[in-house]
Design a protein around this ligand. Structure first.
Ligand code: SAM
Length: 363
């Protein structure tokens, strides 16, 4: 049996450093004990519509104005607002009558339910009962021969579960749509518009309710768009000018077009399925001048301390582990592997101002 003896700090400096680390850990531990509280209170704020009320009011609101607008008990709302102000989600502003009002910040505007920059639907998806249940089962999926976390919680994988639960399916589609509208598609349009030069027709594989493709077709008006997703998803998709909705299964066949756009779909799948989907994409485009435009996170192989989005990428990778059977975020080497196995001859990567990058893959 291996005996591990605790190493004692020897020098004075080592002892001081150890004491400092212990003191930090005494504080830091509470972030783990109550790690869920911040997002739970934000979710509560979204559900109550606190940011919406302040926005509709057209300026800062006092506690009594907010309480009556939202039909909340002032004593409870005061405690919620105190927490949110402490976490810099709303700001306090003195009124001319000597009381305090609450005003919006850049981050609270992301929590307006239907605002231009709203990410509320994404917060509600990731912190709703279905996804939280999969996080609770995370360790089950990590074990050898373990059941993937979402399946352990719900008995089936996320996409089969969504077929049978229309309201969960809508929560997913709304969340994906706001991520596309606020973050990813504007970064693509600004960061690499040349990717869409000469593309007459474009299929968005796993395009959800068609929001991303609608934005692309609006920015690049020469494109005819085909939004392709599972039948129960596209039947709820919004009609949008220049976009046709087609239901189907990407493992069976994908509509033909000049190019395929596939965003945050391949990361839901393990390598074998990913290669299968990429082969179907390759079959759907012209051999001579077609391409597949992949929008995904690329994990770095080396630590890059200057990259402020690295921790987000690591979180998304954990989310793939929690929410899908074999999904994962891939390194460049892993992308080289799946694209090579799917028969693509070459690819290039474009980095944009987002968590995601754009990979152009050619047959
Ligand atoms: C993570 S979402 C990405 C949505 C969208 N591309 C985005 O980034 O906003 C994955 C999408 O893949 C779709 N999907 C899952 N299995 C599919 C299949 N077999 N055929 C077509 N679409 C599928 C889901 O319905 C969902 O809309």
């Amino acid at each position: 049996m291996e005996v591990i003896t605790e190493r004692k700090a020897t020098t004075k400096e080592e002892q001081e450093q150890e004491q400092e680390e212990e003191a930090q850990a005494d504080v830091e531990i509470w972030n783990y004990v109550f790690g869920f509280v911040k997002v739970a209170v934000v979710k509560c704020a979204i559900e109550l519509g606190i940011a919406d009320a302040i926005e509709n009011h057209g300026g800062p609101m006092t506690l009594s104005e907010l309480s009556s607008a939202l039909n909340c008990a002032p004593s409870c709302l005061h405690r919620v607002m105190r927490f949110l102000v402490h976490n810099q989600i709303f700001k306090e502003k003195p009124t001319s009558h000597g009381s305090i009002a609450f005003e919006q910040t850049a981050i609270s505007r992301r929590f307006i339910k239907h605002g231009q920059n709203s990410m509320a639907a994404f917060v509600l998806l990731e912190n709703g009962p279905e996804m939280v249940a999969s996080w609770i089962n995370l360790s089950a999926g990590v074990q050898v021969n373990g059941t993937p976390a979402f399946k352990a919680a719900h008995g089936k994988d996320i996409w089969s579960y969504a077929v049978g639960d229309g309201s969960f399916s809508k929560v997913i589609n709304d969340a994906m749509a706001c991520g596309a509208r606020v973050v990813t598609v504007p970064a693509i349009i600004k960061g690499c518009p040349e990717v869409f030069d000469g593309v007459g027709s474009l299929v968005d594989v796993g395009g959800g309710n068609g929001t991303a493709l609608g934005l692309l077709v609006k920015a690049f008006i020469w494109i005819r768009g085909i939004n392709f997703d599972l039948p129960h998803v596209v039947c709820d998709a919004e009609e949008s000018h220049g976009v046709e909705n087609v239901g189907g299964d990407m493992f069976q066949s994908i509509p033909m077009a000049d190019a395929i756009f596939i965003m945050q779909v391949l990361h839901d799948w393990g390598d074998d399925e990913c290669i299968e989907i990429l082969k179907k994409c390759r079959e759907a485009i012209p051999k001579d001048n077609g391409k597949v435009i992949i929008v995904e996170t690329i994990m770095e192989e080396e630590e890059n301390l200057g990259d402020e989005l690295k921790s987000v990428r690591l979180k998304i990778d954990m989310a793939m582990m929690a929410h899908t059977d074999k999904g994962k975020e891939r390194t460049l080497k892993e992308w080289d592997y799946v694209l090579g196995q799917a028969g693509f001859s070459r690819h290039n990567v474009k980095h944009i101002r987002a968590v995601h990058s754009v990979i152009e893959a050619y047959p």
